[in-house]
Design a protein around this ligand. Sequence first.
Ligand code: EPZ
Length: 418
Amino acid sequence: MDKFIIDGGERLSGSVKLQSAKNSVLPLFAASVLTDKRVTILQTPAISDALCMAQILRELGAEVTFRGGDVVIDSSNACNHEISSALTKELRSSVFMLGSLLTRFRRALIAYPGGCDIGLRPIDLHLNALKRLGVEIEERDGYIFCKCDVMRGADISLDFPSVGATENIMLAAVKAEGKTTLSGAAKEPEIVDLQNFLNGMGAKVYGAGSDVIEIEGVKTLGGVTYRPLKDRIEAGTFLIACAVCGGEVEISGINAAPVGILLHKLRENGCKIHSKNDKIIIESNGRLKCNRRIETMPFPGFPTDLQAQMTALNATCSGGALVVENLFETRFKYVPELHKMGADIEVKGRHAFVRGVERLHGASVVAGDLRGGAALVIAALGADGVSEVIDLSHIDRGYYDFQGKLKKIGANIKRVRL
Ligand code: EPZ
C-alpha cells in the first residue's frame, strides 16, 4: 500500500496537461468488442480502471496492447461472453459491457456489480432498457444472465439520465434490427464521445449530448482509431487545487464548456478565470469566500465527481456553504478525514453544512474512494504542516501520475510505499 506525504502551503503555478477522460475511455474499451476489426484508442492513461477494463477484454479472448500511451484492441478471437465476479466487483462500471456482449455474442453473463463506497449503484434502468430491446434477463445467485437471439430497436425512456444506462443502450442498439429512440438520455460529454467513436466504426447514432438519442441499427461495424476527449474531472480537480493553494495555473486540452458550472462556482469563490481555445487559466489569492450552495446534478449541472473537491475548498473559505449530493447516497464518507485536519463540516444525509476555517492543519488521513481521496490531497496541499494520505489504490483508479503533475506545478508531495 502507498501513501502521499504532503507538506502544505505551497502556491501552485505552471501548466497541466490533461489525460484522456477516464469516463470516456472505459465505455470505448467496451465498444471495441462490437467489432472483430482492430481498434486503437489514442493517449489512454494507464489508470487502474483502464488496466482492469483491459483485463476484462482479455478474459473475453481479446488482445489488448498498451503501446506508447495508446491502446490497440483486437477482439477478432473474442469468444467468451462471461465476465468474472472478481473483475465486475473491481470495476462496477463494467456493467455497460452487457450491451456490447449482447451485440457481439447475443449472450452475456456478469456478476451483479453490487454497491460501492459512494452508494448502492443499482442497475434497474440498464436492465429495464435491455428488456425493451428484447433481451431475456434472469438474475440468479448474484449473477445476471442475458440472452437475445434478435435485438430489435425500440422506443426507450429513462426515469433518470443515467450515464451508464445511456451507454449500455447505445452499445446494445447499435446493430439491432430497426431504430431505437432513447428519451431522457444522459447528456455528459463522454456520451458524445461514445457516439463519435461508434460512428467512426460505421454506426448511425445521432443526438448524443441532448435528451434524445437515435440509433439506427447497422449490419457491420469496422475498426477505428480514436482520440478520446480530455478528462474534465481531472481538469476540475487541478483548478480547485489551485484555488485552495493560491497561484496561477493553466490547464491545457479543454475549453470552458465541459466545466462551465465549475468555473462559475470558482468565480463565486473569488478566483479569476479566463479561457481561450483549449486552455483555461485560473488565478487565486488563496483567500476566498464560500459558495452559498453547491448542488450536484446530471450534466450540465454541477458534477457529483467534483463535489468532494469543492467541499474541501469551501472548508477553508470565509463564511458557510451548503453542499447537496443528489446523485449518490453516501458520497460524504471523506468528511470525517477532513475533520482530522480541522474542517468544520456537519453531514446530515445528502446535505453537508460547511463552516469555513482560516486554515486546515496537517494530519494522517485515509483515502476511501476516488474523488474523496483527491479532495483529501487538495486539502493537504492547502493545509499548514505535513499530511499523509494513506491508501492510494482508489486515487490510482482515476488519476495517472497525480503526484508528478502536482509536483510539476510546485506542490511539495511525494509518494512512498508503506
Ligand atoms: C458514471 O457512473 C460515472 N462513471 C461516475 O463517475 C459518475 O459519478 C456518474 O456517471 C454520474 O455522473 C463512469 O462513467 C465510469 P449513473 P454511473 O448511472 O453510470 C442511479 C467517477 O468518480 N441509477 O449516471 O454508474 C444511481 O444510483 C465515477 O469517475 C439507478 O437508480 O452513474 C445514481 O443515483 C463515480 N439505476 C444515479 O442514477 C440505474 O440502473 C447516477 O448514476 C443506474 C443508475
